[in-house]
Write a new protein. Structure first.
Length: 264
């Protein structure tokens, strides 16, 4: 799915499906993964030790397969956002966003690239509009780019209306681990307080025509209430987690069957 289709789906409430990919690994396994019906892949440079070259190769590969690459940058930085877009990313996720100023700077990098400096500041402040010829160019140059901001603290939840009111925000990403820690209920993902906060963020975003999602096992029971609330940015688990869980289950079964065979 091209970035422009992801952006449109997020805003229109249509679901888009993807997973966190930890690395490029090797061409054989990557070709196999590309046969899965993914709309996007989520590539994390905040918590994963991936260098710029590897991330660029991943982005270019998945784009060639019709899968939109989203890169989570290490922190809210317009410079990093532009850098990864130049390397092949279509979507940018900025973690732990808390201020309108951060959002505006990110919008500038994602939607007005390659304009920078005083010219960009004037555009973002409403003091200047790009000439028709330039705006046409920017629309085409950034046709497949989109911005997802990270809502991962109580401050971000309180400021949500202001953050998503910035024109150019396409979706929000709820970080469950950081949010529970900010709420002082670390990793209590079944807490009614946490469930209420996440559901309210999703409802608020969808009312404003903004996509919303949370990174978790979306096949779990606890995810159903978030889907019911209107979640449409469906970031399901990660390739390494799914592999670990499946292999752990299979090996346990094999060991039990082996012991049963040896005991008979």
């Amino acid at each position: 799915m091209e970035g422009s289709m992801i952006r449109s789906s997020l805003r229109n409430g249509m679901p888009v499906y993807g997973t966190h990919i930890a690395g490029l690994e090797n061409p054989v396994t990557d070709a196999m993964r590309s046969s899965i019906q993914l709309d996007f892949v989520f590539i994390c440079t905040e918590h994963m030790p991936l260098d710029r070259g590897e991330v660029s190769r991943m982005c270019i590969h998945y784009r060639s397969q019709g899968i939109s690459p989203i890169v989570r940058i290490p922190y809210p930085s317009p410079e990093l956002a532009a850098m990864y877009l130049d390397g092949g990313a279509e979507g940018i996720t900025a973690p732990y966003v808390e201020s309108r100023k951060e959002v505006e700077a990110l919008v500038g990098a994602v939607r007005y690239r390659p304009i920078k400096g005083a010219f960009l500041n004037d555009i973002l402040a409403g003091r200047r509009n790009p000439a028709h010829k330039l705006q046409t160019y920017l629309d085409e140059f950034n046709r497949n780019t989109y911005l997802i901001i990270g809502i991962e603290s109580t401050e971000a939840v309180r400021s949500l209306d202001d953050l998503i009111s910035v024109k150019g925000v396409d979706g929000v990403f709820i970080g469950p681990h950081d949010l529970t820690c900010s709420m002082e209920i670390p990793e209590q993902y079944d807490s009614p307080e946490f469930t209420k906060a996440v559901s309210q963020v999703i409802v608020t975003c969808r009312k404003q025509g903004i996509g919303a999602g949370i990174h978790m096992d979306l096949t779990s029971e606890r995810a159903r209430q978030f889907i019911k609330a209107g979640m449409n940015f469906m970031l399901h688990s990660s390739n390494i987690t799914i592999m670990k869980d499946a292999l752990t289950k299979d090996l346990k079964t094999l060991r039990q069957e082996y012991q049963s065979f040896r005991s008979s």
